[in-house]
Design a protein. Sequence first.
Length: 146
Amino acid sequence: MHQIQTEIEIESTPDRVWSTLVDFPSHSTWNPFIRSIKGIPEKGERLVAFIQPPVGRGMTFRPKVLTAIPHQELRWLGRFLFPGLFDGEHYFQIVPLADNRVKFIHGEMFSGIMVPLAKSSLEGPTKAGFNEMNQALKSRVESHAS
């Protein structure tokens, strides 16, 4: 298994961060990493997501939502071809720090027989994509604050 975890502090409420995160139709206008998501953010639902790392090819996959706790956590499981080859459990967590400040944690746990071959890509372009998305989310949420 290999894990990537990033985080950023955002001057906002958990509600506003969550609302922006699960407003899937708007991702194409602000998210440089997850360019599109279609579906409903509810446990058991299947999404269609297109990711584009800063370097490399984009990829469409159909993850299953594992957790969707409003204002706290969204987590899904995506797989490449079949279980055990290259699986990724992607998560977004919103942790309140103060009245109008949260920590946004964005990570993924990778497992499967192909993970050792992909470690440099995961630590390079994939992690950079997570950080770019985090910064874009922060900018969007803070610029739309009431």
